[in-house]
Design a binder for this molecule. Sequence first.
Ligand SMILES: [Mn+2]
Length: 436
Amino acid sequence: MPAYPTPLCTTARMRFLHTSDWHLGNRLMEHSRHEEFEAFLNWLLGVMQSRRVDVLLVSGDIFDNTTPSDSTQALYCDFLSKADTTGCRHIILTAGNHDGCTQLEKARPLLTRHHVSLSTRLSREEPQACRIPIPDDSGAECATVYAVPFLRIPDVALPVAADAAREERDTAYIRGIAQFYAALAQDACKTRQKHCGPIIAMGHLAVQGATLTGSTRSCIGTLDTVGASVFGDAFDYVALGHIHRPCCPATGTDRIRYSGSPLPMGMDEAGYPHEVLLIDIDGQDVRITPIPVPRFVNFESCTCSTPDELHALPAQLKARALEHAQQDGLEEARPIWLHLSYSGTDMSLHALNSFLEAIAAETGIDHFRARLTEHHPTSPAGESSSLTQLTPEDIFLRRLAEVDGNPPRSEEERRHLSKLFSHVLSELSALSSPQS
Ligand SMILES: [Mn+2]
């Protein structure tokens, strides 16, 4: 690893704010989270202003998908236009694996006018293209940010033979990423000889040693994990994105860091605090201060096994929401995301769903959102009830039994209806299969 070069002079302190993985437009249990994102972005503007942030770094996954809705894009544009008034001098955005590069690029001319830099795609021939000089008031470069987006296989993987095995391709990709950062580290050493300001690298990738959560685990596997040594020690700070839980993947340093996502992206991410990071750099002194992101909704995971437990739930939820609101000095209780598992055998899925809908009215909490996401009834006589093990005909017959009238249908009627259902299914599959 190259030795850390001594800076030529000392410079005024600079303050960065590191965040990533906003996933604007993300939906939870099929519901929009627009108000949560709006509340977060407003809170962030307040932090940028009150903490006098010089540069905001967003390390990828700004949007949840490549085609964000009009209202989601409006939220993003509104934030960027208001950021101008906070005193923040520069914003640097990089594309994550969830972002659409073409979609982000559309706004580039406007972004430039608002002191926003954007880095979407790079090639291994030109790693230095991501070098962003931050000018001081006189226009001189006072800090440098290497804004590396999510590096895609076609952009950085080393060449392999057409018939190369999967492992060989994976290795060529990881080595391509490592070489890319090695080239930037070299460039950073040259930069350090020219000016004494902070030098930062951004990245959207999985670094070995990071804590994976459900939503990241499912999209990355182990393919794009590199060692923290790829960053060398050329950078004062490495602002990482891609992993949703705040963590420091490298041993022995906290300057290579994931800020994590500011909001939980699933119920499995609700159990730990979310934060953004203030990075103060003054010469070789780097101070990192995590700022917890407030919760804008309550995440509740409940398991019930009897109707009595189920009926006690609304009052418990309401009491808890009011208690949390009181603790945090809020006038009103926050909306609730409820994840309910019911293991009893005495309620149909339909009845349980109706019950959940009734909770909203009972609790009197605005924007109450409830969704049944797990249901594990144990069927009589050890009959299999996992959705993956049932045929469409099984499900049809069960549903039929649930909505059965009084008196119930005869066995012959059921058989006839089941036959009709199978016939419709086969007609439909014939219609949807390809012509040739
Ligand atoms: Mn992400």
